[in-house]
Design a protein around this ligand. Sequence first.
Ligand SMILES: [Zn+2]
Ligand SMILES: [Zn+2]
Length: 233
Amino acid sequence: MRCQVKHLLLDEIFYSECSCCKRRINYQKYLCTQCLWSLRNLFVKNYCYNCGFPTGINSNYCRYCLEKKNFQYAYFNFFYKGAVKIIIRQIKFNNSIKAIYLLKYISRKMLKIDLIRKYDIITTIPTHWMRKFKRFAHPADIIAKELSKRKAIPFKKVLKRLRLTKYQWTLERSERLKNVKGSFSLGFKVNGLNILLIDDIYTSGATLNEACLVLKRAGANAVDCYILAKSVL
Ligand SMILES: [Zn+2]
Ligand SMILES: [Zn+2]
């Protein structure tokens, strides 16, 4: 009872609002129940049998299969909109501790974990140390650690950023390719390995393709990607 009163009082003083719809909620929460449930509507449900790319409702293959891609298969978990977009942005640009905890919760409950092959290592698209310095947590690392634990695949830091690149979403498509070209190096031997490479958002795929190219050139056997959220253009 006393505990309940304390919570009510805290609620009154530090009440919080849902980061998505602004409804008033418990001070410990980040999203209201409705918005938390709405995450399920953002799942990628239809995808290409060949490469994993999201497709329309009635097609089994995508039109991107013909494009040059350096990864073989990609898992897409959510579409980058609504509550998913808010959570990722809050982690990356506002260092929101509540959003970090919520993403950890989502990782435990809502990640696709049926993988098409066995992987030797899990790794992430790295952030440049300058950006890392300013951030408490990186969404891709949260996902990678959870998958690594659940699937018993070792998590290794493989790629390194050679330079601080501009944010991809600030650039045109042709500039994006130029921006990331030659921006990664390797800090780990990947010869003959099956690698699962994790990133938080997929926009043009330029960063991911460049990272996969570096891994393939170094002799990786298979490079697949795992994307938390696919942007919708
Ligand atoms: Zn809400
Ligand atoms: Zn495809």
